[in-house]
Ligand binder design. Structure first.
Ligand SMILES: Cc1ncc(COP(=O)(O)O)c(C=O)c1O
Length: 385
C-alpha cells in the first residue's frame, strides 16, 4: 500500500523508551538536552510580538510565491546589518529550514542523486533526504585543536551523481564554523564537479569568538544556497518563518531562483500574519541573542569550573551554537551511559551516536538549559561517570 521511501523503522530506541518511562514516573528530570527556547526561561517582548500579529493587512490575500516583498526586505536588512548584501529578489521565504532543504533537494537532485553531509551532525538529514528520494554520503569532520573538514575524504566521497555539499555553519553539535580556507577549498571542489554549496546557518549569530562570523550569503564563486530562520535567530520556532538565499554566478543564480519560485508557487505555504510581522519578529533577535549568549557563557563557565577538579572528562572546543560536546571514557556504549544517567540520576543527555560521532565516548549537552539545572545535572554526571 505504501511507498518504500516511508518504510521507516519507527520502533522507539532504548533511550526514548527509558525517557518515556521516566516521564510517566513523574520523577524530577534535569533535561540537559533542552533546545526549545520558548521553554528555557528567556524573556520575550510579548506585547510587541502580539501587536505585530494583529496587522489588518493580514485580512487580504496577496499571494507571492517567493514570499511578500516587505518580509523578504526584512530578511535582506538582517543580512545588511551583519555586513552582507543580499537583495530581497535573491530570497525566498519558507515555513522552516526543513522546507528550504526540501526545495533545494528537489531543485538539484533527480531520484537517486547524492548530497554530501558532514558527520558528526544533526539527525534530521536522513528523513529529509529519504522523503525527497535523495541519497546521502557522509564526509568526516575531525577534531585536532578544534574541528576541521577532512577535505581529502570529502573528495573521495564524490561520485558522478553528487550534486552538492551541505555545510552546517556553525555545525550542530560540534559548534565549529567553516573556515575561509575551507570555503575556498569547497568552492574549487564544487566548481570542478558542477556542484552547489548548501549552507545551513541557523546558528550563525551565536558566535563565542570575538568577531561576528561571515555568512555564506557573500559566497558568489559557485551556486550557493543559504538557509536560516527565526526559530533560532530570534528564538521563535513556533512562528514558522525561515528563508532561502541564493548566490553564485549570475546566470546560474537566476535560473535557480526562477525554478525555486515555481516549486514554492506549487505550495504557497507562507501565511500572511507572520509575513506582516516579519520585521518585528526579526527585531526580537537583539534582546533574545543577548540573553541566550549570557546563558551559554555561564553554562560553559560552570562546566569548565567543574571539569577543572578532575581529569577523566573534558569538553571539546566550541566556537558557536547551543551545544557542548563532552568527552567521557569510552568504556561502554554512549547509549548505555545515557540510560544510566536517566534512570539512576534523573539527568537526560544525548549520546554521541545520536549525532553520528565516529565512536563511543561522547555526550552532547545543551548550553541553553536553565543554569541551575545545568550545574546540578553536570555535577551528577561527574559523580556518576
Ligand atoms: C542545524 C539545524 N538546521 C535546521 C534546524 C531546524 O530549523 P527550522 O526550525 O527552521 O526547521 C535545526 C533545528 O534544531 C538545526 O539544528
Amino acid at each position: 500500500m505504501f511507498a518504500s521511501r516511508t518504510n521507516w523503522d519507527l520502533k522507539p530506541n532504548r533511550l526514548s523508551t527509558a525517557l518515556a518511562r521516566h516521564k510517566s514516573s513523574r520523577r524530577e528530570l534535569l533535561d540537559l538536552t533542552a533546545s526549545n527556547p520558548t521553554e528555557c526561561g528567556f524573556q520575550y517582548d510579548s506585547a510587541s510580538i502580539m501587536r505585530a500579529l494583529c496587522n489588518p493587512a493580514s485580512l487580504q490575500y496577496h499571494p507571492d510565491s517567493r514570499g511578500l516583498k516587505t518580509a523578504r526586505q526584512a530578511v535582506s536588512n538582517y543580512y545588511a546589518a551583519r555586513g552582507t548584501q543580499i537583495a530581497a529578489d535573491d530570497l525566498l521565504l519558507t515555513v522552516s529550514t526543513s522546507e528550504a532543504y526540501s526545495f533545494v533537494f528537489r531543485l538539484l537532485c533527480n531520484a537517486g542523486d547524492e548530497l554530501l553531509i558532514p558527520t558528526p551532525s544533526y539527525p534530521l538529514f536522513d528523513f529529509l533526504a529519504e522523503a525527497n528520494d535523495v541519497k546521502l554520503a557522509r564526509y568526516p569532520l575531525f577534531y585536532d585543536h578544534g574541528w576541521h573538514i577532512d577535505l581529502h575524504a570529502l573528495e573521495q566521497a564524490i561520485t558522478p551523481r553528487t550534486r552538492g555539499i551541505i555545510v552546517v555553519h556553525p555545525n550542530n553539535p560540534t559548534g565549529h564554523y567553516t573556515k575561509p580556507n575551507e570555503t575556498a577549498a569547497l568552492n574549487s571542489i564544487c566548481s570542478a564537479n558542477k556542484m552547489a554549496i548548501i549552507a545551513d546557518e541557523v546558528f550563525l549569530d551565536f558566535s563565542l569568538t570575538s568577531a561576528a562570523q561571515p555568512s555564506f550569503a557573500a559566497n558568489s564563486a559557485v551556486l550557493t544556497f543559504i538557509m536560516s530562520g527565526i526559530s533560532k535567530i530570534s528564538g521563535l520556532p513556533q512562528m514558522k518563518f525561515a528563508w532561502l538565499a541564493v548566490n553564485g554566478p549570475e546566470d546560474l543564480k537566476r535560473e535557480a531562483l526562477t525554478r525555486l519560485e515555481l516549486l514554492a508557487d506549487t505550495y504557497l505555504s507562507m501565511n500572511a500574519p507572520i509575513q506582516h510581522a516579519a520585521t518585528v519578529l526579526l527585531q526580537q533577535r537583539t534582546a533574545f541573542q543577548q540573553q541566550l549568549m549570557t546563558r551559554v557563557r555561564r553554562n560553559l563557565a560552570a562546566l569548565d569550573s567543574q571539569l577543572s577538579g578532575q581529569n577523566h572528562l573534558s569538553r571539546l572546543e566550541v566556537e558557536g551554537g547551543w551545544y557542548a560536546v563532552l568527552r567521557v571514557p569510552a568504556t561502554r556504549p554512549d547509549e548505555e551511559l545515557a540510560i544510566e544517567l536517566l534512570e539512576r540520576h534523573d539527568v537526560y543527555v544525548h549520546p554521541g551516536h545520536f549525532y553520528d560521532f565516529p565512536g563511543d565516548g561522547y555526550l552532547v549537552l545543551s548550553l541553553i538549559t536553565p543554569e541551575e539545572d545545568f550545574a546540578e545535572g553536570f555535577r551528577r554526571i561527574l559523580a556518576a561517570v
